[in-house]
Design a protein. Structure first.
Length: 316
């Protein structure tokens, strides 16, 4: 099976699962109500899945490491900390919290600022040192989580209720307005990353060879980090944090496609993310009757796979 056939197969699976989500159980009496709820939900999963897949794969390319992802480096935890800070400083009923677009804009700006700091640290210390980068991500992630936990302990219970929805991944509390605002942003950022797919191909030769071939390493790394932070902000704002999802999808893509070309890798990674979210959520809802959540399953499987990758690469 060629790479194009695999892309087509994932596209068909994604379309079929999206059709099942939207069309299952519709009748002439209930279709207006269910379509108004299901279409934003399916769009949110498509946007979030594609954003996580693209961001995680590009992040691994520039760091030349299959273990590091934006989630492991603390981006998800930073988003949660931003939500807690907004509620703590301005209140849960402030426009910065209740207006989805304004809240999303604040999150994107602060996450891009964090990306720039990460960029500076990335080039100040050895980028090839996997342990240093991994520890850096763990430290940032724990710092953000500890800050969020401390502030939530001090919160009024009513204020805590306003931020609680952001603490866990959910596919049922979608901001409809935010779905349609983030779609053009996703298209723009994804097109930007696809436009530099040949430069990302050269990254696989390592940074020294890429530099000798004319690639501006610092500029490209800064660009990818900033764009990745936007994509992660989109995904987390829509469905919440799923820490190990990017790790699973990117490594499954590398195992399935035996190619170095990012025009195929990015497309397949995005489609695989969408197909996995749609299929997984369908199974959770129809087969398990909401007895568990998809994020719990993903984090459980992803955590085990993360340990497996660490042991196989002899990092610890």
């Amino acid at each position: 099976m060629t790479d194009k056939h695999k892309m087509f197969l994932l596209l068909i699976l994604s379309i079929v699962m999206a059709g099942l989500f939207i069309g299952y159980g519709l009748t002439a009496d209930n279709y207006q109500y269910f379509l108004s709820r299901r279409i934003p939900k399916v769009l949110a999963m498509i946007i979030a899945g594609f954003a996580i897949g693209i961001a995680s794969f590009c992040f691994q390319t520039i760091t030349n490491n299959r273990i590091l992802t934006p989630g492991i480096m603390g981006f998800d935890s930073l988003y949660l900390l931003i939500q807690v800070l907004v509620v703590s400083l301005f209140g849960g009923l402030s426009v910065m919290m209740t207006h989805a677009v304004i809240n999303f804009s604040i999150s994107v700006i602060l996450m891009m600022a964090f990306s720039f700091i990460l960029f500076l640290l990335y080039f100040r210390y050895s980028a090839s040192n996997i342990i240093s980068m991994l520890l850096l991500g763990v430290i940032f992630g724990q710092l953000f989580q500890s800050g969020s936990s401390f502030l939530t302990m001090l919160m009024d219970p009513d204020e805590f209720a306003n931020v609680q929805a952001s603490m866990f991944a959910s596919f049922n509390n979608i901001h409809v307005e935010l779905v349609y605002w983030t779609l053009p942003v996703l298209i723009l950022v994804s097109a930007w990353l696809f436009n530099i797919h040949r430069t990302l191909d050269v990254y696989l030769l390592d940074q020294d060879n890429a530099t000798s071939l004319g690639v501006d390493i610092q500029r490209t790394t800064r660009t990818v980090l900033l764009l990745s932070s936007v994509l992660i902000a989109i995904a987390t704002a829509l469905i919440g944090p799923i820490m190990f999802f990017g790790l699973l999808i990117t490594n499954l893509t590398r195992e399935w496609l035996k190619t170095y070309q990012h025009k195929y890798l990015l497309t397949v990674c995005g489609l695989m993310s969408v197909a996995t979210l749609l299929t997984g959520q369908w199974v959770i809802e129809k087969a398990f009757g909401f007895e568990t959540t998809l994020s719990v399953v993903i984090n459980f499987v992803g955590g085990i796979y993360f340990l497996f990758l660490l042991l196989r690469s002899k990092v610890v």
